[in-house]
Design a protein around this ligand. Structure first.
Ligand code: UD1
Ligand code: UDP
Length: 386
């Protein structure tokens, strides 16, 4: 049988990490079934947001890099569409895989579906029900442009049902008759796979950063709702400064470049303070193995990231989320994620609760069996070899 040609589309940091689960499964178990072409939109381009993941996670370098770089939403999305359509028309894939909810996701979904290349959306059905988030618009459109939708959680699956997707659809599948399936989360596959490797390969990392196991809080902030709103950003940082200094708690912050730019430009006093404070370790974005190690050994995590809040669960760590809502609602229900928005009172309350109740928290398995990538590839084979 002829191999199915698949375009695996990445653009932003978390997509490169997600795609590694699929690439690894293709290489190990499906090399005779799929021909994989990796397309990088170039949305993320700094070494520590892009190349570091290709090197460390041993993914083949992209076959195409569209080099769109940073731009406003419309321009960035438009540039990706224009360039990725050319690749699609020359490569003529059997289908196109997209991940998550970034501008690269929506651009690839629109370009592919309009040229009638079937779209496969991995991490489908996530909803925050806040359409002011660019990601929420990206996810909704991506799902409705897809032929095959893989929901990572029960909630995601139910969200799709509520929007009219039907599990009883049968062959032949298409954008008008899509297949929706609950598979678990490929990021859980990745965390299991890389956690051991992280311990082996990054032995001296914590010492190099100047922190001790179980004695620091890991913080990441990058959402535009926080970085681009001076009031929210200063509430968050002032509260973290107060908490770390009053409790003498070290905080490690691998900050996204947009957060550094926002601090330098709009809150230079705070930036200076955290750079000079003995309790803060302000470091550039780290590799995935380093990140996993930081998550695994932390006392607590504070973040506005989708991926990091879920990894907090994989590594049984309480997590304060600096947003009003989350797509990973099962974590909030479980009591191990607390939504604190950018509200100093809520951040303090969640912090005190977690600092004093670590031992009673439970972390049940919400995200599948760690074999989601294999289930996903088997399903693609069934759907597209028909
Ligand atoms: C994007 C996604 C977001 C995802 C995040 C993962 C959208 C709308 N947002 O947000 O959903 O959570 O990626 O990290 O797609 N920059 C650099 N170097 C880079 C890339 C960006 O310095 O390699 C800076 C630029 O100043 C740029 C800013 O970061 O303007 C924002 O980058 P962009 O890709 O637009 O959005 P992210 O915040 O990274
Ligand atoms: N991550 C990383 N290094 C960092 C910060 C994050 O490897 O310095 C990983 C993190 O472990 C997770 C993913 O990047 O797997 C999350 O990306 P991000 O927070 O940028 O985006 P989101 O998940 O919110 O879309």
């Amino acid at each position: 049988m002829k191999r199915l040609k698949v375009l695996n589309i990445v653009g932003a940091r978390p997509q490169i990490i997600k795609a590694s689960a699929i690439s690894r499964a293709i290489t190990n178990d499906f090399a005779d079934k799929f021909e994989e072409i990796i397309v990088h939109t170039g949305q993320h381009y700094d070494r520590e947001l892009s190349d570091v993941f290709f090197d460390e996670l041993e993914i083949r370098m992209p076959d195409f890099n569209l080099q769109v770089g940073s731009a406003r939403h419309g321009r960035q999305t438009g540039m990706i569409m224009e360039r990725i359509e050319d690749v699609m028309l020359s490569e003529k894939p059997d289908f196109v895989i997209i991940y998550g909810d970034t501008n690269s996701t929506i651009a690839a979904a629109l370009a592919a579906s309009k040229q009638h290349f079937p779209v496969v959306h991995i991490e489908a059905g996530m909803r925050s029900f806040n359409k002011q988030m660019p990601e929420e618009l990206n996810r909704i459109v991506a799902d409705h442009a897809s032929t095959l939708l893989f929901a990572p959680t029960n909630t995601a699956f139910k969200n799709l049902m509520a929007e009219g997707f039907r599990p009883e659809n049968t062959f032949p599948y298409s954008i008008n008759n899509p297949r929706v399936i609950l598979t678990g989360d490929i990021m859980y596959d990745n965390s299991l796979f890389y956690a051991e490797l992280a311990e082996k390969k990054k032995k001296s990392f914590l010492t190099n950063v100047g922190i001790e196991e179980d004695n620091y809080v890991l913080v990441t902030i990058h959402r535009d709702m926080n970085t681009d709103d001076i009031q929210r950003l200063s509430n968050i940082f002032n509260t973290l400064i107060e908490l770390s200094e009053s409790g003498k708690t070290d905080m490690v912050m691998p900050l996204h470049p947009r957060t550094i730019i926002a601090l330098k430009n709009n809150l230079p006093e705070i930036y200076k303070h955290i750079k000079e404070s003995g309790h803060f370790r302000l470091i550039p974005p780290v590799s995935f193995l380093e990140m996993i190690l930081l998550e695994k050994k932390a006392k607590m995590i504070v973040t506005d990231s989708g991926g990091v809040q879920k990894e907090s669960h994989f590594f049984s760590k309480p997590c304060i989320v600096l947003r009003q809502e989350t797509e990973w609602v099962e974590l909030v229900k479980n009591g191990t994620v607390k939504l604190a928005d950018a509200d100093p009172g809520k951040i303090r309350e969640a912090w005190d609760y977690f600092m004093n109740n670590t031992d009673v928290l439970q972390y049940p398995g919400f995200y599948g069996d760690g074999k989601a990538a294999t289930a996903i590839l088997n399903e693609m084979l069934i759907v597209f070899s028909h």
